[in-house]
Ligand binder design. Structure first.
Ligand SMILES: [Zn+2]
Ligand SMILES: [Zn+2]
Length: 348
């Protein structure tokens, strides 16, 4: 029988309909072609095809030429424009503001075929260094309230170029899904003086059924109220509201953790398209009239990563209700993804 489950943080409901489930191999794989398209603007040697770089991890080589490991450039077709003021305004019930923001592309490697699923943990840690550098820089801009970093893998997941890359968007508002998480976390802290994410992770780790991997620094969980088949969440075990506070050792462990789960997606699910989202603290700049607005943020919020393979289609029911039907029980997803992992110990 299917089951209704409430997400304890977002207060949203999902339908777990396991009898509709299909085996992982029944899902159509939409693998990228393992060939390098000629003239790829993100490949080494084609640096002139992108706007000038904003940031790069490179040796002693001149900007906008080869010799880099990770390179950040403005998105050539940005969703938001970097120049201008936000100019909040209202017209009756309608609120508007200018589409001001930053939209950057983090080119994760000069090598077209070196995806995160096969890159070294050290290299993935350097990609996170680039995320960190860009986040710190953009947080200095008073116009931006939230930075989201995401990765679209495969055309179905929204990627338009197959070269490994992530994107960063700095927004003049905090999006509602993030607000819902922040408010739930703040309320839990006000009630109990504990982090809701730490509580949830600790409880999940007492049972093996939804734990995919646990190592010294991270837990990879199949969410209790997963919206999508094989959805995964990665939580740092050390409480921290902001991913920029990761130590070098934790970054390396995150590289290993991320590579493990991406390899499991390849092996168990046939290299599906997926979306990855990095959820970290919003910009904690004080707000006019609300000096204490972020007073407990460092205690109540907990950064994390979400990964969602794109194996099902979103249809009228989901769009009309915000209510998801997941055909794979999260416990079954965890079992499939856990293979090869020692979920109770360090996985190496
Ligand atoms: Zn390329
Ligand atoms: Zn926490």
């Amino acid at each position: 029988m299917s089951e209704l489950r409430r997400d304890p943080i977002l207060d949203t409901w999902v339908i777990i309909a396991a009898e509709r489930g299909r085996r992982p191999s029944d899902f159509a794989a939409v693998s990228e072609q393992l060939t390098v398209p000629s003239g790829c603007p993100f490949c080494a040697g084609n640096e002139a095809k992108t706007p000038p770089e904003i940031f790069a991890i490179r040796g002693d080589t001149p900007a906008n030429g080869p010799g880099w490991e990770v390179r950040v450039v403005p998105n050539k077709y940005p969703a938001l424009q970097i120049d201008g003021d936000v100019e909040r305004a209202g017209l009756g019930l309608l609120d508007r503001m200018n589409g001001v923001g930053a939209h950057e592309v983090i080119i994760e490697t000069p090598d077209h075929l070196m995806d995160m699923a096969v890159a070294s943990p050290e290299h993935i840690a350097r990609v996170f260094d680039a995320f960190d550098q860009r986040t710190c820089d953009l947080r200095g801009d008073q116009r931006f309230r939230h930075i989201i970093i995401f990765r679209n893998y495969g055309a179905v997941a929204g990627a338009s170029l197959s070269h490994p890359h992530s994107q960063l968007i700095a927004l003049p508002i905090i999006p509602s899904i993030v607000v819902a998480k922040l408010e739930a976390a703040r309320q839990h802290y006000a009630d109990k003086e504990r982090c809701i994410f730490c509580d949830m992770v600790a409880q999940e780790l007492t049972l093996p059924e939804r734990v995919i991997l646990r190592n010294e620094h991270f837990a990879v969980l199949s969410p209790y109220a997963a919206r999508f088949p094989y959805e995964v969440e990665i939580y740092p075990l050390r409480h921290s509201h902001d991913f920029i506070l990761m130590s070098a050792e934790e970054r390396l462990a995150l590289g290993e953790t991320l590579r493990f789960i991406l390899q499991r997606y390849r092996e168990a699910l046939g290299d599906p398209p997926y979306n990855m989202m990095l959820h970290t603290s919003p910009s904690p700049l004080p707000r006019a009239g609300h000096p204490e607005y972020w007073g407990t943020l460092a205690y109540d919020y907990h950064w994390h990563i979400e990964l969602m393979p794109r194996l099902t289609k979103t249809a009228g029911f989901e769009w009309g209700t915000g209510f998801w039907i997941n055909p794979v029980a999260p416990e079954d997803a965890a079992r499939v993804l856990r293979e090869g992992s020692d979920a109770t110990g360090y996985n190496e």
